[in-house]
Ligand binder design. Structure first.
Ligand code: SAH
Length: 219
């Protein structure tokens, strides 16, 4: 990583830590760079992005993992989505402060946005951290993905318990090739779960706002 990129990641950490909107827990303000941003960048350690791709960060909150990946992968277009307006406004401010040309935001619920022209079935990939259990994230993500698109979810070790439901949810959602791999890291036990979309998004997903989380697929 170049010194310039490293500096901008440090600046991102300061922006997130300094925000009045509690984008990380109060005890985490000093560890945004080594903990949260590093975890976001773990995706790029196991996954190769291709130039010109368009990726969505679903439930970006204060901008993670999307902004960290936008800084390290300028060849990819990043769209950062969140349901909370204040968070999206903060992320907009960070994009301007960092001078990012390859990042944009959307404010709204994934359930609504995934039905819109220009958003449905057009993304090469979706990344997501700390938004919900795997079946919930899978349903919220699927509408955005084109044939062959990837979902990459950052999870902790407890994800093992969600894998059975995720495999069951994969059938109606038309996902395949689910894999989970621990990221080698002495500090944390991060697990990345990846899968691929096959075919266009099935018409009945996502269900109405709130339903994916209230009655998750996969039992
Ligand atoms: N990814 C960030 C934030 C996690 S908090 C991080 O790792 O730090 C979860 C975020 O997901 C919240 O900001 C919440 O507003 C958003 N979210 C939850 N459900 C959503 C939905 N259905 N559509 C859009 N955003 C959603």
């Amino acid at each position: 990583m170049t010194a310039e990129v490293e500096e901008r990641l440090e600046r991102l950490a300061q922006l997130i830590a300094g925000s009045p909107h509690n984008l990380v827990g109060p005890r985490d303000r000093d560890v945004v760079r080594p903990r949260h941003i590093d975890e976001a960048l773990a995706i790029a350690r196991v996954f190769t992005f291709r130039s010109g791709q368009r990726w969505l960060d679903l439930g970006t909150g204060g901008g993670l993992p999307g902004l960290a990946l936008a800084l390290t992968h300028p060849e990819v277009e990043w769209v950062l989505l969140d349901a909370t307006r204040k968070k999206v406004e903060e992320v907009d401010r960070f994009i301007v402060e960092l001078g990012l040309q390859n990042a944009a935001t959307r404010w709204g619920r994934a359930e609504d946005l995934a039905r819109r022209d220009g958003e449905r079935g057009v993304y090469d990939g979706v990344v997501s951290r700390a938004v919900g259990s795997l079946p919930v994230v899978m349903e919220l993500a699927r509408g955005f993905l084109r044939e062959g698109g990837y979902l990459v979810a950052i999870k902790g070790p407890a994800v093992a318990e969600e894998m059975r439901a995720a495999r069951a949810a994969a059938k109606p959602l038309h996902f395949q090739a689910i894999t989970s791999r621990p990221v080698p890291d002495p500090e944390r036990s991060t697990v990345l779960v990846t899968m691929r979309a096959h075919g266009a998004p099935p018409a009945r997903f996502p269900r109405r706002v709130g339903e994916p989380a209230a009655t998750p697929l996969g039992g």
